[in-house]
Design a protein around this ligand. Sequence first.
Ligand code: VNL
Length: 395
Amino acid sequence: MITRRSFVAASAGLAMSALAAIPGHAQETVKVGLILPMTGPFASTGRQVEAGVRTYMAMHGDTVAGKKIELVVRDDASTADQTRRIAQELVVNEGVNVLGGFGLTPLALAVAPVINQAKIPAVVMAAATSSITEQSDYYVRSSFTLPQASVPVGTWAAENGLKRVVTLVSDYGPGIDAETWFTKEFTAKGGEIVEAVRVPLQNPDFAPYLQRVRDADPDAIFVFLPSGVGSLFMKQFADRGLAEAGIKLIATGDVTDDDLLNDMGQPALGAITGHHYSAAHDSPENKAYVEAFKSAHNGMRPNFMSVGGYDGMHLIYAALEKTGGDATGEALIEAMKGLSWTSPRGPITIDPQTRDIVQNIYMREVKEADGELYNVEFATYEAVKDPAKAEASGQ
Ligand code: VNL
């Protein structure tokens, strides 16, 4: 006997399965949840990543494989507890298909339990400690790693007459990575580390450390500081007279961040850095990117964080195209592995084994052109894999 209640239940079930049978119907929209520091000391990173993502969507539209891409942006104020809480909320209440963003390493690491449970990809667009992508099979990276950027600086330093170097890094994941991998490469090629200084991530005062560096009288100082902190360092570097003392500044490009470089002024001139992106990179893809980015963002200059956002969005679009619009987590993460494309930074690939990015690292010098400061590229190390993982997998 068919009761009214069971009839209603049966037709509701039928309606549900009928909907599911229409290809893509229940999934017309693919939701991308971006979690970024939009306030606090690392707000410039949030602003740049979001602007890179939005520039990608402005240049490539908001429909992929028949799906409309919807962006949800949330501020975690650089607090890992918030990152995790927001990730949970985005998965449960918003039903996001992909997470992205993550301005600093501890913020990226905070979402591992969430993505493991939800089985959805987290595109690491900014954070850059090598080991992040090893903490879950659902991480994939569009930024860079510190070992990847630091080894070429070590090679360059050893091959260009620098013998005695002091290292100075922020005392957390990416800083330790930078110190470890620069040192490994530089000492293997005959260089000597005179002193290794680690400064706190929060509110660093460089003056006392810089006095010590000056006293040690090295040929150069190798520096890693997260994006946003370089201006203060540059000012104290100049105030302490290190350049006049003949101490050369070498660094990863985080220190001469394109967003802040013009404000650093004269003291930054001549700094030698290794990195994956410069606003001055000479390619048609980059010219188009810089122009679109600036015109949509009041003339703001894109930095390396912005291309992490831009390419992270490309990764999501290209994966959706490859799956024919299937936005389930497993399908997307599988589709992301091995993708290659030409970014504004140059050619890049997602290593299918590690889900980490393989890219060129450029050596650059800060120079003045048309009244502005730029990181001008002068040498290229091609298709650099994250060296920390190449070693782990015996490559
Ligand atoms: C990190 C690495 C953050 C490089 C950065 O800027 C950076 C990180 C905020 O992994 O925490 O430039």
